[in-house]
Ligand binder design. Structure first.
Ligand code: HEM
Length: 140
């Protein structure tokens, strides 16, 4: 994927902006009924995406992989399905979107685990010649 950290961070900022405007709207109207949907938009859309963006910034060879592109689409899709899904479930309409979004959210974390195990963390193993999975800085 091209520019994986930038894509993850930019999308995280967009989700945070939406989530915060929604939070202000909830506060202003004193209607907190949909706060779980707001919470998940912020936590998966902003916090989790930022964690993934940080990982791909630390691990550029993972960021360039096709798995990173798929991971980006999966995480974005999970947020876009789960957030309205929770709102619809709370308002008693349908639980189907929340169920699909939950599965997508679980898959995105499973894929993250797979990517970390496959590519390590930092300029790893195959690049640095170590099998520790961690970055090794040259001695000063
Ligand atoms: C402008 C910024 C924000 C405003 C005005 C705002 C406002 C609110 C309000 C009014 C509630 C309902 C509280 C209640 O009913 O007890 C809430 C809940 C929540 N917010 Fe925010 N929020 C903001 C940003 C964030 C951010 C950045 C995050 C996470 C990174 C976040 C996570 C949550 C969570 C986890 C809940 C609880 C959800 C639940 O009850 O299930 N919020 N927020």
């Amino acid at each position: 994927m091209k520019n994986a950290p930038k894509m993850f961070f930019a999308t995280a900022a967009l989700f945070a902006l939406c989530g915060m405007v929604w939070g202000i709207q909830m506060s202003a109207t004193h209607d907190h009924a949909l706060s779980p949907a707001h919470g998940h938009l912020n936590l998966i859309g902003f916090v989790m995406m930022s964690v993934f963006g940080t990982y791909y910034a630390l691990t550029p060879h993972a960021g360039r992989s096709r798995a990173a592109g798929f991971h980006y689409l999966l995480t974005t899709g999970a947020v876009l399905v789960l957030t309205p899904g929770i709102a619809l479930a709370i308002s008693g309409q349908t639980e189907v979107l929340a169920q699909i979004g939950s599965v997508l959210a679980v898959l995105t974390v499973a894929l993250f685990g797979f990517v970390v195990l496959k590519y390590g963390v930092g300029h790893t193993s195959h690049e640095a010649g170590s099998d520790s999975g961690m970055t090794t800085q040259p001695a000063e």
